[in-house]
Design a protein around this ligand. Sequence first.
Ligand code: IDP
Ligand code: MG
Length: 170
Amino acid sequence: MYLSFKLSVRFTKRVYLLTLKRYFCGNLKETMETNKTFTMIKPDAVANGHIGAILDHIIKGGFKITAMKYLWLTPEKAGQFYAVHSARPFYNDLVTFMSSGPIVAAILEKDNAVEDFRKLIGATDPAKAEPGTIRNLFAKSIDANAVHGSDSDENAQIEGNFYFSAFEKF
Ligand code: IDP
Ligand code: MG
């Protein structure tokens, strides 16, 4: 009798914990957006007069712009944005390049946004980017490669929040 009571308490506890886990973890997953990505038109593409052509490409690729601004990063801000690459040999050059002139930062919306946008921009090295991709069309080198595109839903959210407050996203 006592044993069956103990087992039943244990069972009820387990069901309760599983329900809690499903509720909170399920909700966490559901709140991670999969239809947003973040981009920057980098200083090389801005200096070469490609803002309009790149935005046209993005819009024709099926992306909606939900936030956008034109700004010039300080080295400190560029360093913060690319902190994830701080151990890579090209980090200092990347920070210098990204703070060398104005950029356009934008949040883009589309189903499967992160993956589709990476396809639209092409490989990091423009020499390896598929014909017709933004980097193939507008970039000249692996460091000055015209555009940034987030690599995951989580980073898209972090990167968008780096530039835009809730009042600047529509
Ligand atoms: P991604 O922009 O295609 O995601 P990452 O590996 O995340 O590429 O690198 C971030 C940025 O750092 C690149 O877009 C490029 O500007 C620069 N970068 C990446 N690899 C190299 C390299 O080998 N030499 C110089 N710059 C690089
Ligand atoms: Mg990257």
